[in-house]
Design a protein around this ligand. Structure first.
Ligand code: DGT
Ligand code: MG
Length: 368
């Protein structure tokens, strides 16, 4: 089926949930620069400027053609002056001096390294930077630092965790998770969410959603022998809780930010063993992989699936759209109609889009 409608810039919605964004990005040159700018603002905790660049990146990811002159962005939403300046530079110079400046900035470089460690966010990076620390080597050498359990695991498995997770690895882990969950709950539904559900070929982690139709017996589900590290967060969801209006609020499901040991017999792992003991013939035949396990009550499954499939920007815009255009509040648990003061039930993602008066957007079209 071909939907070759003429492209009209002024008809492009400011909300990515009203756009279909696949992984074919013709404007990577621009969106990469925007994402660097956004990340730098995030490190400075300037959410407004960060979101401005993330929204602009999302619009250009949706454009069906590459931008080659300023006229190409005329009429498009989310193109503020700061954004336009970067676009103009890239059109004229082939690259953005502003983005390049950020990449060479000492603070940005340190934060980029620090936050690449599992368990280290902007707050911890800020603390380390203020202490005068600049590199991960310096952090590791500082014996006065009190690292959390999560951060210790992050350093221990660092090399494995910074290397991307492949689709093949995601499939292998998926099998393990399914089999393990199945021994506890034979009827449970296990779904891969996150980037892999949107069709991405690599990811920084693997996200799973687990639900069990029928009575709740999932309390012991997350205690398994195969986890190298597991930080279990108990469910804090209260029945009939009004959804959170914060666009980046975390949900209250029982979840587990885990590191899984994926055994890969026969796989060449020589690159993992370049350190001291190469002569010991002790070949590491496994890889540490970041896995998020989220357990949801069956009634909330569709909402959890929509929220955890992302992208992050798509989710933000769904919630912003619900709030500003429909007077509803959406989160990963429920949809609440503020005017009618009722919760809208949904058994599928399609029903949630319908409640919001939106055309359905397939997971692979949510790469906003
Ligand atoms: P990846 O793993 O880097 O390839 O990309 P994604 O899209 O799988 O991102 P990931 O794993 O960080 O998160 C999966 C989805 O879960 C994401 O698209 C939105 C949701 N999510 C994750 N963390 C948060 C959070 O802190 N707040 C909110 N609201 N949603 C989150
Ligand atoms: Mg992910």
């Amino acid at each position: 089926e071909s939907e070759a409608l003429p492209f009209i810039a002024s008809k492009v919605s400011q909300y990515s949930c009203q756009r279909k964004t696949t992984l074919n990005n013709c404007n990577k040159k621009f969106t990469d620069a925007f994402e660097i700018m956004a990340e730098n603002y995030e490190f400075k905790e300037n959410e407004i400027f960060s979101l401005e660049f993330l929204r602009a990146a999302s619009v250009l990811k949706f454009l069906p053609f590459p931008v080659i002159r300023m006229k190409d962005i005329q009429g498009l939403p989310c193109m503020g002056d700061r954004v336009k300046d970067v676009i103009e530079e890239i059109i004229e110079e082939g690259e953005s001096s502003r983005a390049k400046e950020v990449l060479n900035d000492e603070r940005y470089k340190s934060f980029k390294q620090f936050t690449s460690v599992f368990g280290v966010g902007v707050k911890t990076s800020e603390k380390w930077y203020r202490m005068g620390l600049r590199t991960l080597e310096e952090v590791k050498a500082d014996k006065t630092l009190k690292l959390s359990k999560m951060q210790k695991a992050g350093f221990l498995y660092y090399e494995d965790l910074v290397s991307c997770v492949s689709k093949a690895e995601a499939d292998a882990v998926s099998l393990i998770v399914r089999n393990t969950v199945c021994t506890f709950l034979p009827d449970a539904l296990v779904t891969i969410t996150g980037g892999f559900r949107r069709g991405k070929k690599t990811g920084h982690d693997i996200d799973f959603l687990i639900t069990n139709p029928g009575p709740r017996e999932d309390d012991e589900l997350l205690q398994k022998g195969l986890l190298l590290y597991c930080d279990v967060i108990e469910s804090t969801f209260l029945k009939e809780q009004i959804p959170s209006r914060k666009v980046d609020a975390m949900d209250n499901f029982q979840k587990c930010f885990a590191i899984l040991k994926l055994c890969q017999p026969g796989v060449d792992n020589s690159s993992y063993n370049t350190s001291k003991n190469t002569d010991m013939a002790e070949v590491k035949d496994w890889k540490a992989i970041r896995v998020d396990l989220v357990i949801t009550p069956f009634e909330q499954y569709a909402y959890a699936l929509l929220g955890w499939t992302g992208s992050r920007q798509f989710g933000r815009d769904l919630r912003r759209y619900a709030n500003h255009e429909k007077k509803m509040i959406l989160d990963n648990h429920a949809l609440y109609d503020r005017e009618k003061r009722i919760f809208l039930k949904a058994g599928s993602e399609e029903e949630i889009f319908a409640h919001l008066g939106l055309d359905y957007v397939e997971p692979w079209e949510r790469n906003a």
